[in-house]
Design a protein around this ligand. Sequence first.
Ligand SMILES: [Zn+2]
Length: 333
Amino acid sequence: MKEADIRPEGLLRRYLDLSAKDAAVCFGDAARHPVACVACAASRSVPQFEKTGFAYAQCSDCGTLFQTPRPPIEAFEAFYRDSESSRFWAEVFFPAVAEVRREKIFQPRVKRLATLCKEKGITVRRLVDVGAGYGIFLEEWSRAFPRTSLVAVEPSESMARECRTKGFEVIEEIVENVPSETAPADLVTSFEVLEHVYDPLPFLRGLRRLVRDGGWVFVSTLGIDGFDFQVLWEKSTQISPPHHLNFLSTRGFAELFRRAGFSDVTLTTPGQLDVDIVRNAMRQDPDILHDQRFVRSLIADDARAPAFQRFLVEQGLSSHVWVLARKKDQDNS
Ligand SMILES: [Zn+2]
């Protein structure tokens, strides 16, 4: 898989332009308040850079990169409800790559997640997917495991409708507002949502609430310890406010999941795109790695680049992170 397969350059460029415009239109006058580390709650952080008016800092304790000072949550809610970049993503960008993503992302995702569940001895009779989007993951899961009872949690009206048309039970809410009488699941999944949420701790507790005692939560998101972030830092197109706010470190993930009431936290980084992302950045701006001669020669080599990507995955150094964690027993907080 290549970055251009799932994020074609023209669409990505347009999306980033619209995001920059929305940053001014939707947040221009919003008051901003410093927030503590979104992973470990430490109050000390070091400012790093600013992008389209959104500043990012790195936690002095766990190394998580997060957006602070932050506009109020209401501004983000209004932004997701009605903004040009959100509409463009839902109506143009995602539909254009949906079928490629089905094949390159969702089908392998189901296979890999099922293997992970097997390794952990998890029997998935009921699965809730939070931020289900167009329901492609649920479709692919039900194709592989037709007997699993499946639920989509999806706050966007148009995407919730799409999930309903596909025959899934749908709860049209953000996870924090899902009714507590909802039948608990063996596994709650959430793909590529954590980087967007205003406050990761209540979000994770929201996921936990939907799991039966001893059940499991699975989250995939972006991790700041990954290669492309470490090399590109503020030049990474994945750091795209107002959409992406949280980039946890490996230590940050462990802290956050512990605070949210999970144990047996397993983190893997099965990403395939780090090297390709840095190569593309270098193609767009040949000076981007001007002082990193070794990295430049390593990733320019067609034979070594894939081997290096495999090394990143093996060492937990890709920026695409998977976390599987178990809801602690005897703890109903
Ligand atoms: Zn921290």
